[in-house]
Design a protein around this ligand. Structure first.
Ligand code: KG4
Ligand code: ZN
Length: 339
């Protein structure tokens, strides 16, 4: 079964053709980093305009790279939530229009669930359930009990900033370019990870929940003192930035590690499945490799950790197999969605 995947929930426009939920025939992503860079974060209105400009060329390229035409497509899968509402709407309407024009069923897919499907796509051995899903993206940080593909229970989440968002904000405080995650990882390699007394947030009575906004503010105060109004990043030396990047990253990842292992124990999960842009970080992979040697760790392969349409097509295939039919044209775009 050939599935065309469509992704436009934030600042990446993606189209991909996937066979039988697993074999990626093409995976085209047009990133808007250059457009948003000068603003230090994603500007929703600009994101929408950019999606409009590139959708057709990205679609064309995905079909060409896969050596297929629209007539060969059996299902159109689209991320219909969660994300920037205007951006999600664009992708959803492209999917609906293609579905009507070609008389092909279409399937709405939860973008966050698709992040957790990404590592399963490139895994040759069968995946054992229940597994613990660890979502670490720019918009979401969550621990998810995965009972099967498509059967999820949220067991922990951030009560404020997502982890990727915290990386981006800390990077911005140090005048590093957007997106900040990869920059922090780069500087952290040169820094001392025990340079500042930082702590990640804990929430009373909810041991599997996260809080990163206090950690982020602590970074600001560490540089400027308790009365900080504005950070003068230009006064920070290179080594101060490296030390802060290393310390912030260590503290954040130790928090993720501790809560993930606690959840895995509570829910008896031997396999941990990681999804979202932050899982690109090699220091994160290393800490889990060292401290969780008895668990099977499934990471997204290159090209599948940041937003992409292959994971949407892959999960869409499974949803269609389960339901036996596509979604109705009434399906709405949603900026938020529950598991
Ligand atoms: O999953 P994603 O592409 O988009 C969302 O669904 O949000 O994740 C983007 C996030 C950004 O916050 C970015 O800074 C972060 O992932 N990120 C990283 C790294 N690469 C991307 N964070 C830490 N280390 C990295 N190497
Ligand atoms: Zn994402």
């Amino acid at each position: 079964m050939l599935v065309l995947g469509i992704e436009s929930t934030c600042d990446e426009t993606g189209c991909s053709v996937v066979a039988d939920g697993k074999t990626i025939l093409s995976n085209v992503v047009s990133s808007q980093v250059k457009v948003h860079e000068e603003f230090g974060g994603v500007v929703p209105e600009l994101a929408c305009r950019q999606h409009i400009d590139v959708f057709i060329p990205v679609l064309d390229r995905a079909l060409k790279n896969a050596n297929v035409t629209l007539e060969d497509i059996d299902l159109i899968a689209v991320a219909h939530a969660p994300g920037l509402i205007g951006a999600v709407l664009l992708g959803l309407n492209v999917a609906k229009a293609l579905s009507v024009a070609t008389d092909t069923p279409f399937m709405g897919v939860n973008h966050v669930e698709a992040h957790l499907y990404a590592p399963i796509m490139s895994c040759d051995e069968p995946v054992e359930f229940p597994a613990l899903g660890v979502v670490l993206s720019g918009g979401h940080t969550a621990l998810v009990l995965m009972k099967d593909i498509g059967e999820y229970q949220l067991i922990g989440e951030t009560i404020d900033d997502a982890l990727g968002e915290a990386f981006d904000k800390v990077a911005k405080m140090m005048s590093l370019p957007y997106p900040g995650g990869p920059e922090i990882e780069r500087l952290a390699r040169e820094g001392n990870p025990h340079s500042y007394p930082l702590k990640a947030g804990t929430i009373k009575g909810r041991p599997l929940h996260f809080s990163f906004s206090g950690l982020k503010t602590a970074v600001l105060y560490s540089f400027k003192g308790q009365n900080a109004k504005k950070l003068a990043a230009e006064t920070l030396s290179h080594s101060e930035k490296c030390n802060m990047a290393a310390t912030f990253q260590r503290v954040a990842f130790e928090d993720i590690l501790k809560k993930s292992l606690k959840a895995a124990e509570l829910y008896r999960c031997k396999t941990l499945i990681f999804g979202g842009g932050v899982t690109n970080n090699q220091a994160l992979r290393q800490i889990f490799k060292e401290k969780a040697p008895d668990h099977r760790l499934l990471w997204p392969s290159p090209g599948l950790s940041l937003d992409n349409a292959a994971m949407i097509a892959g999960l869409g295939y499974h949803q269609y197999q389960k339901r036996g039919s596509g979604c109705s044209l009434d399906l709405e775009a949603q900026s938020r969605i529950q598991f």
